[in-house]
Write a protein that binds this ligand. Structure first.
Ligand code: AMP
Ligand code: GLY
Length: 427
């Protein structure tokens, strides 16, 4: 069987890698893919991104099923295009993907369906936005309504920063149409977790829990990034918290989408802020919804997946996820992102990369911003690699991942040295 994975990040490399472990998968195409998917056996990159062109390719190649990694093709309606032509694809429709592509849509949806989230207001008028900030005070969070490739959220510690963010988005149009409308919301405190499920429109299948590290530098300092590392499981999501997230967030979201006439299919990623208290009382609030898997969360999650991922997707597309069983390796997986020089502001591209070891059962180096120049590998994006290890406990997994990180070289490589610190602190 042939499959297509849409996207070019570490998440898509991990998806292709895992799908190729299925005895029924012969070949995976990745559009557009990266240096890792270009060099993996039984994997081929395809330089296409337009939904109609991808659908034509799928028909020409006889591809059985397509999985979408990133949000942009979902917001363009790739799932609608494929379905209209009778092609099997796992992901949300364009309408359902608004949970991610419009923060205002997501916030109004959560209020309508009593899903816990930070208090907020939406603005297009800068004068009204500035007045709201003056009335609320700092800290306060400013979010561009639309997709902004990870640059749309400013957690402002002072009113000055908040006003500047409003001037940039609503005044200077720094984020274009994505920032022409902003959500201003209450700043939440606590510990973040990534809670990702699959849904076929009605049945819900949770994935293993995970936690990302959004800030560039150790001890959660420096600017926000797309994610500098992740691990699974996330101890903050105890069994009791897991049950509460399903009851207070996930089920009402899936039921709410159904009630609103836009049933949700695909991956739903709730970014959660879990406040202080015990498992019964601590507040759980949604920071954001994504309509896709997380990157880098996918890399450690899929390292732990023992089941056949193709079967899971087949159930997802057929509406039979209630029949899907998913089996996780009980050990800890942990991924360390290696980013290029000057990431996240202006990542430098074109640095040669050396020292990547072959995939091992306990460590796989997933590629993101890498490309082949002739037969040589070089950096081609902000996040370059995600070195992902699997071992008995957080400490051992961290040691294994960093041992491999240190063997890899490219000029200006940046990585955090403390991925997993919250889990270590809990042990
Ligand atoms: P988002 O793209 O909405 O997930 O925001 C990116 C990051 O900004 C989150 O992972 C949080 O670290 C932070 N963030 C977003 N919203 C809030 C909030 N209301 N309070 C505190 N931090 C937030
Ligand atoms: N790692 C965060 C995200 O995928 O949005």
């Amino acid at each position: 069987m042939k499959l297509l994975v849409i996207g070019s990040g570490g998440r898509e490399h991990a998806l292709a890698w895992k799908l190729l472990q299925s005895p029924r998968v012969d070949h995976v195409f990745v559009a557009p893919g990266n240096g890792g998917t270009a060099t993996m056996a039984h994997s081929t990159n395809v330089a296409l991104s337009d939904p109609a062109a991808l659908a034509d390719f799928v028909k020409k190649e006889g591809i059985a099923l397509t999985v979408v990694g990133p949000e942009a093709p979902l917001a363009l309606g790739v799932v609608d295009t494929f379905r209209a032509q009778g092609l099997k694809i796992f992901g949300p429709t364009r309408a359902a993907a608004q949970l991610e592509s419009s923060k205002d849509f997501a916030k109004a949806f959560m209020v309508r369906h009593q899903i816990p989230t930070a208090a907020y207001q939406t603005f297009t008028d800068p004068v009204a936005a500035h007045a709201y900030i003056e009335a609320q005070g700092a800290p306060i969070v400013i979010k561009a309504d639309g997709l902004a490739a990870g640059k749309g959220v400013v957690v402002a510690l002072t009113a000055r920063e908040a006003h500047d963010a409003i001037d940039a988005m609503l005044g200077d149009g720094s984020l274009g149409a994505a920032g022409a409308r902003v959500v201003i919301e209450e700043c939440l405190l606590g510990e973040e977790a990534s809670f990702i499920i699959l849904c076929d429109g009605k049945n819900i299948l949770p994935l293993a829990t995970s936690q990302d590290h959004k800030r560039l530098q150790d001890a959660d300092q420096g600017p926000n990034t797309g994610g500098m590392g992740a691990y699974s499981p996330a101890p903050v999501v105890s069994a009791a918290i897991h049950a509460r997230v399903m009851r207070e967030v996930i089920t009402p979201t899936i039921e709410g989408m159904k009630a609103d006439g836009i049933p949700f299919t695909g991956f739903l990623y709730a970014g959660l802020m879990i406040g202080d208290g015990d498992d019964v009382t601590r507040p759980i609030k949604v920071l954001e919804f994504n309509c896709r898997l997380g990157d880098p969360e996918t890399q450690p999650i899929l390292m732990r997946l023992r089941s056949d991922l193709l079967e899971v997707f087949e159930h997802g597309v057929a509406g039979t996820l209630n029949q899907s069983v998913i089996d996780w390796d009980p050990r800890t997986a942990l991924g360390v992102v290696m980013a290029s020089a000057n990431y996240p502001s202006t990542p430098r591209l074109g640095d040669p990369i050396t020292g990547i070891p072959a995939a091992q059962p306990d460590c796989v180096v997933f590629h993101a911003g890498t490309a082949l120049k002739g037969s040589a590998l070089q950096t081609s994006g902000g996040r370059v690699l995600c070195v992902t290890a699997l071992a008995d406990n957080v400490r051992a997994t961290q040691q294994r991942a960093y041992e491999v990180v240190k063997s890899i070289n490219f000029n200006g490589a940046q990585y955090r040295t403390d991925i997993g610190w919250r889990a270590l602190e809990k042990n």
